[in-house]
Design a binder for this molecule. Structure first.
Ligand code: XMP
Length: 506
């Protein structure tokens, strides 16, 4: 494997994804919390950083731990750090070095630049530049303005590059990373969804033996893929629980349950609609709604889990971005919403945790799911929040409002699918607004509620842009909702991006 040491760059996860796209397994570790460098480590990548090496509090690292023992590739800050530690000089750049540039000089004999064409375009993003290099450093590429765009420490497998190969604007970045991984580190590109499945299934069999595992399925991608992996490893010893909280999309509970049964999962569906709704009665505050739903879910799940005799493990669909230890640059960020229940094992459920997806990124989870035979019906779904429609009904949740929202949402989503837009949108949903407005239907004056449509493009939900859905599609959806859904006489479209808005309204 490859170890990526993170100095806090926004691009670190992208480096990891590129390495994995080349079918090489890698892990991200913070610079100040180093892993053990054991036999299966083949090379090290040092990331960029929001810091400058000239700052007094810049991240520091004991290079002797791996330097000249493993091949090293320093990227941006990583490259500057290596140069500075070896006696080179790093200074603020005199001109802005941000954006596209071309490598006017490339030393093609250098292993790192094998098969990289002359004038290759690279992406620069730095405020410092290496002005002098130590005597044993050889400059292997330059741009018009950056003399030390890449270097090699002569006679070693230590390399530095000032540009970002992980960003797609670096046109040959993938080739460069491949050169490092394959030719320099000697990695074999064998880490594929199938090899992951094979390895994970056999590890799970070892770890779990004849033990029983319970797992809560949500209909989402992560829990579904986690269930399929565990199912392949231990079959009927995996007991899945799928709770109907009454806050799912229209017909979702029945169709998803059917799909899971069809996949051969040992699954129990629990209708707890009334229990959730009664606990939500009278609650208007979004955070209190989330808490009530979380609490009832744990109660319902715990009851069901107790019915499985001698269960030892709790399976969870945790994925890599949830567990990567982040380098804290600006201190812990404020809680905006009390999101995802990471590590949410209640004290009274004294089960051991098994998380078969905790080394995978989201796109890898999908690929593994596909290899396991899951269909787009599950893999292609938009993300859907755990508290479901409860946080898309502003204010108090009632059965009547849920029913109205389910109808409107279903018209919306079906139209997106019919128009071929569903897969282009990252997340879409309808929101029930607690305001009434005046309308006219026939000769009648109406005074009814408003439905808001939301559709966003995003990579990970951290930032999002509203989608420019075609007017004809919006017009059709609006017509259909107003004509068919009793209680709604107005439809609006949310044109706010995140930040400053959030994706959900609550
Ligand atoms: P926001 O509204 O914070 O949403 O922009 C970002 C992503 O998180 C989802 N979300 C939640 N997911 N429990 C969840 O499991 C929650 O309480 C919750 N709140 C928001 C939201 O759907 C979007 O994908």
């Amino acid at each position: 494997k490859i170890i990526i040491l993170d100095f806090g760059s926004q691009y670190t996860q992208l480096i990891a994804r590129r390495v994995r796209e080349l079918n090489v397994y890698c892990e991200i570790h913070p610079f100040n919390h180093l892993p053990e460098f054991t036999g299966d480590v083949k090379g090290i990548i040092l990331s960029g950083s929001p810091y400058s090496v000239r700052q007094a509090d810049a991240p520091q690292l004991d290079l002797t731990l791996f330097h000249e023992k493993y091949p090293v590739l320093g990227v941006c800050y990583g490259a500057q750090y290596l140069a500075q530690q070896a006696g080179g000089e790093v200074q603020p750049s005199t001109i802005r070095e941000y954006g596209r540039a071309n490598l006017g000089f490339i030393q093609h004999e250098d292993k790192l630049f094998k098969d990289i064409p002359a004038h290759s375009q690279v992406w620069m993003s730095h405020g410092d530049t290496i002005v002098t290099t130590p005597a044993n450093f050889e400059i292997t590429a330059s741009t018009d303005t950056v003399r030390v765009a890449a270097y090699r420490v002569t006679g070693t497998d230590t390399y530095g590059i000032q540009f970002h190969p992980e960003v797609t604007h670096s046109t040959d970045g993938k080739q460069l990373l491949k050169n490092f991984l394959v030719d320099i580190c000697g990695c074999s590109q064998e880490w594929t969804p199938d090899s992951f499945i094979e390895e994970t299934v056999s590890e799970l069999q070892q770890q779990l033996g004849n033990d029983k595992v319970v797992l809560g399925l949500s209909g989402g991608v992560d829990s579904s893929v986690a269930a399929m992996l565990l199912h392949r490893a231990i079959g009927k010893n995996l007991h899945c629980i799928f709770v109907d909280n009454g806050l799912l999309r229209k017909d979702e509970y029945a169709s998803v349950l059917e799909q899971y049964k069809h996949l051969g999962l040992n699954i129990r569906g629990i209708d707890a609609k009334d229990r959730f709704l009664s606990q939500l009665a009278g609650i208007k505050d979004p955070e209190l709604k989330r808490k009530a739903i979380g609490r009832v879910f744990i109660e319902v799940f715990d009851d069901a889990a107790h019915e499985v005799q001698d269960v030892v493990w709790l399976g969870q669909g945790t994925i890599y971005p949830d567990v990567i230890e982040s380098v804290s640059v600006k201190g812990p960020s404020a809680t905006i919403k009390s999101h995802h229940n990471v590590g949410g094992l209640p004290d009274f459920m004294k089960l051991k945790i098994v998380e078969p997806l905790k080394t995978l990124f989201k796109d890898e989870v999908r690929r593994v799911g596909r290899s396991l035979g899951l269909e787009d019906f599950i893999l292609g779904r938009h993300p859907f929040p755990g508290p479901g429609l409860a946080i898309r009904i502003l204010g108090e949740v009632t059965a009547e409002k849920v029913a109205i929202l389910q109808e409107a949402d279903s018209i919306y989503i079906n139209n997106l699918k019919e128009a071929g837009l569903y897969d282009q949108v990252w997340q879409a949903g309808a929101i029930f607004l607690p305001v009434q407005s005046v309308g006219v239907m026939g000769d009648e004056r109406t005074y009814e509620n408003v439905i808001c449509l939301r559709a966003v493009e995003s990579l990970d939900g951290m930032t999002a842009d509203w989608c420019h859905l075609p007017y004809q599609v919006l017009a059709k959806i609006s017509n259909e909702i107003i004509n068919k859904v009793k209680g709604i006489n107005r439809v609006v479209y949310d044109i706010s991006s995140k930040p400053p808005a959030t994706i959900e309204w609550e």
